[in-house]
Write a protein that binds this ligand. Structure first.
Ligand SMILES: [Zn+2]
Length: 606
């Protein structure tokens, strides 16, 4: 198959838009940094992964043979901390306990255990037995800290924050909250594990389910870090032997000063930037920006999971996990490396240094492609700000295709902001129904509008007449297709591509209104082109059907009425099931405070 070379894409490595050509021939080796599996996927991750899915689809559409690899970070402190949290809730489930006692049972030092307990208090899962004020104080201080821009004020707040933390002395008695009890009961009843490996497996499963629902299906292989430990050790060993890494009591560090291009990708000064990114401080480091290839287990810190290595028992660092997986599965040079922009420093810089020091081949990655973040009311999404929304929650109110379409209305390199009508925080977090008051709702209508093109083209009365209007409509269709593909060639400008569909829709609806009938041939052509272009974005692929029968509408009213009665009786799980099943039929229910409204989304059978 011949490949069309007209795709231009922004290469972060050279800071400019370049014509895309693979390292060799027609094959494209593409890697994207995958999730750390300790929680549900959120809609920020969704933005990133949908984009790379579209990129892979477009490369295939253009005739390239794409091999798309994504890693799964299943060895990470965040997963280990999630495990400690679950174990702490399990231990506190039936009895109150002093912090010191809890730490001992968890096999942790008091300091480490305290940090976890603070997180649990903030999330409202654990409280101090003698006061419930601490949670509010911690949250309010954190909120102030996130807003402050005066340095002196910031230091003052930080001191207050530390004092609050220190008030949790080893003797303070901890108690599980009602909510905490509910959560741990749920965890136990669904058979979820408490250990890090079990947790990683569980969230990987959820992640892959969500990816599938969102139509992100272009990834050929998912690779788990835990299955590459031996290879990671061998890469780290070679880096040490060649003088790029050095051993210390805490870790084997990569010496960033040995790699002269360090910082080239992000354009930052690593020695200054490390402060912003809170890279661990360690007096044994030669440079502050050095990072751990292998971390040894510290006293009082969690032990599991761990592996033996030439430097002692420990765990690999995150950066070397990804680099090793790529070297091992894709070879020493790849075409595209993707990930969110916030990973550029230090993660991607470290990856380049490790790989190029290891192979001596430059450039390791031909195209670095970065997506910009999704913010909520201008702020980065984060659990501790209460502005976090999981894909699962978003899917409770929107069809996955609507979410895809909404994401693609913003260019991948641009920041996308989800505007909410209120300012969420941990005490007043986002709920799925709040999303109905955001631009996602308008996106739903936009998607409907282009589905209507397919719907009209399928169900309008037809004729065989070749008139001037029909010829012009044919030209508009051809022009639209050309413009659509040109927009994608221009650094994957999906919003512009989608706009061309709408421009055609306007012309088409006018044609239908003026003429009353559709030329049969052009109708078929329109459906074909919309399906074809839609397939690149993985939208517009559902079957359309009619639901105009009056009795059908009465029937839906009846089901919605019965569901309302179930909800009033508190039978939520059955009510949810009805909503889900109606949705799979393309009938969307919206629960408002007063009533339940419904409308037909996609008139599709499944
Ligand atoms: Zn990575």
């Amino acid at each position: 198959m011949t490949t069309d070379k007209s795709l231009k894409i922004y290469n972060s490595l050279n800071h400019e838009i370049e014509e895309f050509t693979p390292v060799s021939g027609n094959k494209v080796f593409m890697y994207v940094c995958g999730p750390t599996v300790y929680d549900y996927m959120h809609i920020g991750h969704m933005k990133t992964y949908i984009f790379y899915d579209v990129l892979a689809r477009y490369l295939s559409y253009k005739g390239y043979s794409v091999y798309f690899l994504m890693n799964i970070t299943d060895v990470d402190d965040k997963i280990i901390n999630r495990s400690i949290d679950r174990k702490a809730l399990y231990l506190l489930k039936d009895t109150d306990m002093r912090l010191e006692e809890l730490a001992e049972k968890l096999g942790l030092g008091v300091e480490y255990a305290r940090e976890r307990v603070i997180e649990l208090i903030k999330s409202g899962l654990v409280e101090l037995a003698d006061t419930q004020d601490l949670r509010r104080e911690l949250i309010e201080l954190e909120k102030k800290l996130s807003l402050v821009d005066d340095e002196i004020e910031e230091r003052k707040l930080e001191e207050q924050y530390e004092a609050l933390k220190d008030s949790i002395t080893p003797n303070r008695v901890l108690r599980i909250s009602e909510n905490g009890k509910k959560i741990i009961d749920e965890i136990i009843s669904r058979g979820s594990k408490l250990d890090p490996i079990g947790i990683a497996k569980e969230f990987e499963e959820y992640f892959r389910e969500d990816m599938k629902k969102l139509g992100i299906t272009t990834i050929n292989v998912y690779a788990r870090a835990s299955e590459f430990i031996e290879e990671i050790i061998s890469v780290a060993k070679k880096l040490e032997e060649e003088g790029y890494a050095y051993d210390t009591p805490n870790a084997l560090y990569f010496n960033s000063s040995k790699f002269k291009d360090y910082g080239k990708l992000s354009g930052v000064d690593p020695d200054r930037e490390y402060r912003v990114h809170r890279i661990e401080l360690d007096p044994n480091k030669k440079n502050d920006a050095d990072w751990a290839l292998w971390r040894k287990i510290k006293k009082g810190h969690p032990r599991e999971p761990c592996w033996d290595s030439p430097w002692g028992v420990g765990r690999p660092g995150w950066h070397i996990e990804d680099t090793t997986i790529i070297l091992r599965l894709l070879g020493s040079q790849i075409d595209i490396h993707g990930g969110a922009k916030e990973l550029m420093f230090p993660h991607h810089e470290a990856e380049i240094a490790q790989a190029e020091a290891y192979t001596k081949i430059k450039p390791w990655v031909k195209f670095w492609v970065h997506t910009d973040v999704l913010t909520v009311n201008g702020k980065k999404m984060s659990k501790s700000l209460g502005n976090y929304i999981s894909v699962r929650d978003a899917l409770k109110v929107f069809d996955p295709e609507v979410l895809r379409y909404w994401v693609l209305l913003t260019k991948y390199r641009h920041r996308m902001d989800l505007k909410l009508p209120f300012e969420p925080d941990l005490l007043n977090p986002i709920k799925p129904e709040h999303l109905l008051e955001t631009p996602i709702k308008q996106a739903e209508q936009g998607l409907e509008r282009i589905y209507n093109v397919i719907r009209y083209a399928s169900f309008m009365p037809k004729d065989d007449e070749q008139d001037d209007e029909t010829r012009k409509l044919g030209e508009s269709l051809e022009y639209m297709k050309k413009e659509f593909l040109e927009a994608l060639d221009d650094d994957l400008d999906t919003p512009r591509a989608i706009a061309t569909l709408h421009e055609f829709a306007t012309i088409f609806f006018k044609y239908c209104k003026d003429r009353g009938k559709l030329n049969k041939k052009i109708a078929e052509e329109i459906v074909k082109v919309f399906r074809e272009l839609g397939s690149i974005l993985n939208i517009l692929q559902k079957e359309v059907m009619k639901l105009s029968d009056e009795r059908m509408r009465d029937l839906v009213d009846l089901i919605v009425d019965i569901r309302d009665k179930l909800r009033k009786r508190g039978e939520y799980s059955l009510a949810d099931e009805i909503r889900e099943r109606l949705r799979s039929l393309g009938i969307i229910l919206e629960d408002t405070a007063k009533e339940t409204r419904w409308y037909v989304s996609r008139e599709s059978p499944s």
